[in-house]
Design a protein around this ligand. Structure first.
Ligand code: AMP
Length: 281
C-alpha cells in the first residue's frame, strides 16, 4: 500500500494508473476505521482495479469544536487494518494541503440540507460538500463508496455530484452493525462501558418500530420511538424523522407513495450518535 500526503503526488500516481486503463474506486473517510469502513473498501475492490482510501478529519464539517478535538485519530492502527484488506493507495493530507486558502464556496441543496442533521448541525453539510468536492477533483475516481449510515450525507453527495457534473458513480453501501445492533461508528470508541451497554437501545427501538409499522400511524411511530429511547436515562433524542428517501420531505401517512426512512440522532452524554432504518413502502 502506498501512503501519499500531497495532492500533486496523488495526481501523478493516478495518471499512471489511468494511462494503463485501470478503474479507480474511492472511499473517503475520517479514519478510526472499523468494519463499516472496511466493507466500503471491499465493495470498491470488487468493482475496480484500484482502491484509494482517504483519511482526513475535515475541520469544516464540525460545527462543534469539542467534537473535532476529541474525534479519534489513530492512523497507525488504521494503516494496519488497511494492509489487511486490499487498499492500493492511502491518501492522508494535512489541513494545509486540503485548505491552502479559505474556500468561500456556498452550495444550494434545496431541502436536503435544511432538515435533520442540516437543521441541528449548522454548516456541517457545507463542510462535507467542500471536502468531498476537493477530494473528487483530485482523485477523479470512476466510483466512490459511501455508507447508508450517514443517510442524509449520501443524498447530498449524490446531489453535489450531479450539480458539479462529476463523472463519478456514487455507490451506496448498507449499514454494518455490531452484534447487538449498534451501527458501527468511529465515535463508539468514545463511549464509556456503561454508555456502550445502553446505546443498543437505539437500533433495537428502530427495528421494533419497523415491526410495529402496521399497527401505528406515522405520528404515533415517531412519538413511540422518541419516548422509548428517552426512557433510557443515558440517552436523549435530538430528532427522529420519517422522510421520503429521495427528497427527505417528511412522510405524513404510510400510504404515501415513497420509499421511507426513519433517521435518528441521539445524545449519549457529550457524544452524538446517528442511525436510520428503512420502513416498508
Ligand atoms: P466517516 O469516517 O465517519 O466519515 O465515514 C466514512 C464513510 O464510512 C462514510 O461514507 C460513512 O457513511 C461510512 N460508514 C460509517 N459507518 C458505517 C457503517 N456502520 N456501515 C457502513 N458504512 C459506514
Amino acid at each position: 500500500m502506498k501512503i501519499v500526503t500531497s495532492k500533486k503526488e496523488l495526481s501523478e500516481e493516478l495518471s499512471q494508473i489511468r494511462k494503463v486503463g485501470k478503474s479507480i474506486g474511492f472511499v473517503p473517510t475520517m479514519g478510526a476505521l472499523h468494519d463499516g469502513h472496511l466493507s466500503l473498501i471491499e465493495y470498491s475492490n470488487k468493482d475496480n482495479d484500484i482502491s484509494i482510501v482517504s483519511i482526513f478529519v475535515n475541520p469544516t464539517q464540525f460545527n462543534d469544536k469539542n467534537d473535532y478535538i476529541k474525534y479519534p485519530r489513530i492512523v497507525e492502527e488504521d494503516v494496519d487494518k488497511l494492509k489487511k484488506v486490499k487498499c492500493d493507495i492511502l491518501f492522508t493530507p494535512s489541513e494545509k494541503e486540503m485548505y491552502p486558502d479559505e474556500d468561500k464556496r456556498e452550495f444550494d441543496f434545496g431541502n436536503l440540507d435544511k432538515v435533520m442533521e442540516g437543521a441541528h448541525r449548522p454548516g456541517h453539510f457545507r463542510g462535507v460538500a467542500l471536502i468531498v468536492s476537493k477530494l473528487f477533483e483530485t482523485v477523479k475516481p470512476d466510483k466512490a463508496y459511501f455508507g447508508e449510515k450517514d443517510f442524509q450525507q449520501l443524498a447530498i453527495i449524490k446531489k453535489l455530484t450531479s450539480q458539479l457534473k462529476f463523472n463519478i458513480e456514487i455507490v451506496s453501501c448498507p449499514i454494518v452493525r455490531e452484534k447487538d445492533g449498534l451501527a458501527m461508528s468511529s465515535r463508539n470508541m468514545l463511549l464509556s462501558k456503561e454508555q456502550r451497554a445502553n446505546v443498543s437501545i437505539i437500533s433495537k427501538t428502530l427495528f421494533a418500530a419497523k415491526e410495529k409499522q402496521k399497527s401505528m400511524t406515522v405520528s404515533e411511530t415517531k412519538d413511540w420511538v422518541i419516548r422509548t429511547i428517552n426512557e433510557n436515562s443515558f440517552l436523549k433524542v435530538e430528532y427522529f424523522e420519517i422522510v421520503d428517501m429521495t427528497s427527505l420531505e417528511p412522510i405524513t401517512g404510510w400510504n404515501q407513495k415513497a420509499e421511507k426512512v426513519g433517521c435518528v440522532a441521539v445524545h449519549v452524554g457529550t457524544i452524538r450518535l446517528i442511525d436510520n432504518i428503512r420502513f416498508y413502502s
